[in-house]
Design a binder for this molecule. Structure first.
Ligand code: NAG
Ligand code: NAG
Length: 265
């Protein structure tokens, strides 16, 4: 399930960090030490409650996946955002200590690195709330999961996306999240290279797919009002007809689409 790739990665990476169970991840000693340092850092825990993630997750074991995500989001969004300088120094230290692991494309090291590089848009995206006061990313995750579950097995993500209804894709929440990442990318293109399988071309394709489906105004750089009712929002944006043919023509690069832009939803 790559749809909420990045967000799940962050949560997974944080949970792994929180539970301090690195054994089966095959990290180098210096990288493991650095990860332990992150977990124990008071400064980091003041804005990302890593050390409490493990207990949050184990306490919510009996609940469903969405309840667990909500608990994590409540704890992240209840704290102030980390400063840019803390994020930058954390990234620098992590990359130095985990140089070898990143080079070897270790999954956990890569996830943590991407999570740090994209901390700012991630944190913003995790905290958006919808018209019924639920978390946007959970709404998006649930609806993308439905889209995916309904699609025939092994169908290309292109066809699945092209066949999804505008009501499911063109929502105030998805607009806020995609514009948050899009705006961040304009200023910090280098942050995105930390995502495995990321390419500019795929993101362009993804953007065209989204505007084809939801109208040019969908990616206008505005976060908009995530609390607006989706039905009202859709009446206002009146998108052009879904551009399924260009999606299919771009099938190959769209495969990574799921891993890049929509994936961030
Ligand atoms: C708002 O998000 C929650 C999940 O966080 C979801 O259950 C709910 O259906 C969403 N509301 C709308 C109007 O989509
Ligand atoms: C629909 O397409 C027309 C022409 O291709 C374009 O001028 C217009 O801006 C589009 N509308 C939206 C909402 O994207």
């Amino acid at each position: 399930m790559r749809y909420i790739y990045i967000i799940t990665l962050v949560i997974l990476a944080s949970t792994t960090l929180g539970s301090a169970q690195f054994d089966h991840f095959d990290l180098s000693q210096s990288c493991m030490d650095e990860a332990q340092k992150l977990i124990g850092s008071e400064e980091i825990n003041a804005c990302v409650p890593i050390s409490s993630f493990a207990s949050l997750i184990s306490n919510s074991k009996s609940e469903n996946e969405e309840a667990a995500m909500k608990t994590m989001a409540d704890s992240i969004c209840g704290l102030p955002k980390c400063s840019d300088s803390l994020v930058a120094s954390t990234q620098k230290d992590f990359r130095a200590a985990c140089q070898q692991d990143l080079k070897a494309k270790n999954d956990l090291a890569n996830s943590i690195d991407a999570a740090i590089a994209l901390y700012s848009p991630l944190r913003d995206s995790i905290c958006f709330k919808n018209s019924t006061d639920g978390y946007c990313f959970i709404e998006s995750y649930t609806s993308l999961k439905q889209i995916n579950d309904k699609a025939p097995k092994n169908q290309s993500p292109v066809l699945t996306f092209a066949g999804a209804s505008n009501e499911q894709v063109c929502t105030p929440c998805n607009k806020a999240i995609t514009n948050t990442f899009n705006n961040y990318q304009k200023v910090h293109p280098e942050a995105f290279t930390a995502i495995q399988g990321y390419s500019d071309k795929d993101v362009e394709t993804a953007k065209n797919a989204l505007t084809g489906k939801c109208g040019e105004s969908f990616l206008d750089g505005q976060i908009g009002d995530t609390k607006q009712k989706p039905s009202e929002f859709q009446q206002q944006s009146s998108p052009n007809k879904s551009d399924a043919s260009s999606l299919i023509a771009n099938g190959l690069s769209l495969a990574t689409f799921v891993g890049s832009l929509i994936a961030l939803i």
